[in-house]
Design a protein around this ligand. Structure first.
Ligand code: IFM
Length: 456
């Protein structure tokens, strides 16, 4: 039997724009994702998060579902524009109140709340003022973090500042596949840097309020392999690993950007004092892991299944041949290769190359295009196999000595999958988007049993 430590955190994750709905209710202001969804051609089928899975109104039922599954923690995000409709200035009491009620409900059900402060839904007013490429946004983020932490910090112990800053910066400002849909390589690097600075300022502000709480960020890391040992492929792997992984891990944990990446990104620059602001001591680091990238630097056809800013609107020079190539593994419904050993490798790498920090897998899961059977079942064997393999990888990492303390699957519920709209389902629980009926899939029952036994 594969037994996990007794105090292992078993969780599931979601994000505000993907589940809440109630986009124009109770004083919520618009975010870049509201605007992006309304721009023709940006989101599949013109889908929006206006209603999403109506969690704003159904949060009590959803917390009851979590309790049924036996989750020890629930990772959710806070909508900045629900709390501060203009991103700054006067707070919206009804918005804060929603999160107070959610936290109370979770605590009552014995599920630890794990909020993330930024999961990509920048208030529109702040984007109009320049968005993340503007330094001021980092300061507004710290103010917002302090406001939310002031309201919830007495009952919420674990805090995540930013989620997947790589996506927010490079999909949002370089490739334009995500909101706000800009295609400006230089701006995307400033955005990445300011997300990091915002993280540091937010940790400082929150820690000053409650030094005993636990603070961290969640980064999306990939295992990266060169397609061959051709020097061009090795260099492509260095570049992808550099911009995808080390460009965020190094400033967070080492207090500097990787030199080789800075050389690739010239003339990107930043104020030297920022390095100290970013590298606040961390109490936890969230690792979101989905797949491995196999990359080549040899000219050839782009065969990537993964949408990426690295190809079309690269924020660096001299990398025109870097491309993703198939690694020959089975894929999920997203076209992402399934590589559980890559998770073990990634966790071991963080533990080996960076100062010790408690790690949590804050996202891991598989998206498919599934449907409910006539008998009210969803047989998602692919997801069960995916989760099983990745949890075994987590167990292996713990056996290797990695300080891995918990695992959150993405996602609790089917939800709005960004530019893919509602076409891809990641949930343990199926949602009928017409009726909002929730039906646990086979994977939900399987995960509940794993949690109950603390073992695979
Ligand atoms: O749905 C997203 C989530 O918002 C961030 N991480 C990846 C997930 C699957 O694409």
């Amino acid at each position: 039997m594969t037994v996990f430590p007794e105090d292992f955190t078993w969780g599931a994750a979601t994000a505000a724009y993907q589940i809440e709905g109630a986009a124009a209710e109770d004083g919520r202001g618009p975010s870049v994702w509201d605007d992006f969804c309304r721009t023709p051609g940006k989101v599949l089928n013109g889908d929006t998060g206006d209603v999403a899975v109506d969690h704003y109104h159904r949060y009590r039922d959803d917390v009851a579902l979590m309790a049924e599954l036996g989750l020890s923690a629930y990772r959710f995000s806070i909508s900045w524009s629900r709390v501060l409709p203009d991103g700054a200035g006067a707070p919206n009491p009804a918005g804060l109140d929603f999160y107070r009620r959610l936290v109370d409900e979770l605590l009552e059900a014995g599920v630890q709340p794990w909020p993330t402060l930024y999961h990509w839904d920048l208030p529109s007013a702040l984007e109009k003022a320049g968005g993340w490429p503007e330094r001021d946004t980092a300061h507004r983020f710290a103010d917002y973090a302090a406001l939310v932490h002031q309201a919830l910090g007495d009952r919420v112990r674990h805090w995540t500042t930013v989620n997947e800053p790589w996506c927010a910066a490079f999909l949002g400002y370089a490739s334009g596949e995500h909101a706000p849909g800009r295609r400006d390589a230089a701006a995307s690097l400033d955005a990445a840097h300011h997300l990091m600075v915002g993280h540091g300022l937010a940790v400082q502000a929150m820690r000053a309020q409650q030094p005993g709480n636990r603070f961290g960020a969640a980064v999306n890391l990939y295992a990266v392999s060169p397609a061959t040992d051709d020097p061009a492929d090795l260099d492509a792997a260095r570049r992808i690993d550099g911009l995808q992984n080390r460009f965020f891990l190094d400033p967070l944990l080492l207090g500097r950007y990787p030199e080789d990446v800075l050389a690739d990104l010239e003339p990107f620059g930043f104020a030297p004092a920022d390095a100290g602001t970013i590298a606040q001591p961390l109490d936890q680091l969230g690792v979101n892991y989905y797949t491995r990238h196999t990359v080549s630097g040899v000219p050839g056809e782009a065969t990537q299944a993964v949408s990426s800013p690295f190809s079309a609107h690269s924020p660096w020079v001299g990398a025109e041949h870097v491309r993703f190539v198939p690694g020959g593994r089975p894929v999920t419904g997203m076209g992402w290769e399934i590589d559980a050993p890559g998770l073990r490798e990634t966790l071991a790498r963080v533990a080996r190359e960076y100062p010790a920090v408690p790690l949590y897998v804050t996202e891991n899961g598989a998206g498919y295009d599934e449907h409910l059977n006539g008998d009210g079942t969803v047989h998602d064997a692919g997801r069960v196999a995916y989760l099983d393999a990745h949890l075994r990888a987590c167990h292996g990492a713990i056996a290797d000595g990695v300080p891995l303390r918990g695992y959150f699957t993405w996602s609790l519920l089917d939800n709005f999958e960004w530019a893919w709209g509602y076409s891809k389902r990641f949930g343990l629980v199926h949602v009928d988007y017409a009726t909002q009926r929730r039906v646990p899939k086979d994977s939900a029952r399987w995960y509940a049993e794993v949690i109950r036994r603390g073992a695979l």
